[in-house]
Design a binder for this molecule. Sequence first.
Ligand code: SF4
Length: 352
Amino acid sequence: MNRKVAKQVRVSLSAVSRLEAWFPLVLRDLPWRNRRTPWRVFVSEVMLQQTQASRVAEKFPAFVRQFPTPKRLAQAPEQDVLALWQGLGYYRRAKNLQAAAKIISTQFGGRVPSTVQELQSLPGIGRYSAGAIASIAFHQAAPIVDGNVARVFSRLADRRESAKDKIAQEWLWSTAEKCVRSAKSAAVLNEAWMELGATVCVPKNPRCMQCPVRACCAGFKANSQEFVPLKHSAAPRRTVVHHALVEIRGSKIGMQTRPSKGLWAGMLSPPVFESSSVLSAATLLREVGDIAHIQQFRGEFEFLTTHRTIRIRVYLVKFRSQAKLRWIDLQKLNEYAVSNAVLRIADAAVQK
Ligand code: SF4
């Protein structure tokens, strides 16, 4: 095995110079690349953690315009931060980003720290993000491995295993480290790996004929690129049912603030009753004391999170007068901290 790993590492190292030459030629015009500051790199890396670059490109400029420094973000009301995060999903990242901004302001003199260790001490910054920020913002030889990089490495070396397995992870990180140490520029190489995985060595139908490292790709030679890396046998996804209870008054929708922990924490949403299965109207009326009656079932859609399938069922209801609701203009929903699921709930409620 050791001899095999040594060969695999050499293969990856021969890809380094090819990739460093290739990346400047294909560099996509993305707003965080126009002007690099440690803070802009930090914000972009947090946004990119679970969101596609094209979506981040739409949201990033307004966010850094409103919060151009860690201090400005640290001082902002949380609802303003969540509202500007709207459309990026995984809102816990926005809260972590603001918590990190507070620590940067108080403990690092308002400057983004430059070492992987310091970066990893901040909320929401794992090994990958710390490596990306340290290399791109501070030109340190810090390795990165995410899903894209893991797929490229696994194919380059034709490693027929799941990239999530423990031994595979150790190999991936040590390979990334050896590669970045041999690079002329850690920033260019790390971004090149990400770009290659996002645009060429994609999960399905990789574009091998356009690939700058095809000549040193064992997966291409073995024709294994379609099934390497192997799929991880994941735990079964849990299904939960959200009964969304919507009252519309004129042009306004009744909303509440969600609990401070859990999915979409602290964001606005119509009242939701959660259960493990679909409940009848009679059961909903019994369980949710604030409903006077249920007028109509308006349909259902699914929302997927990392571990759950959420069946969201939309009901038009009439609440009792004691129900504590905030009436929000439907036309202005986008200006509030609401999830994409809430926008779909509102659509389902008002559609003729
Ligand atoms: Fe991926 Fe194909 Fe390039 Fe190999 S040759 S790294 S499989 S795109």
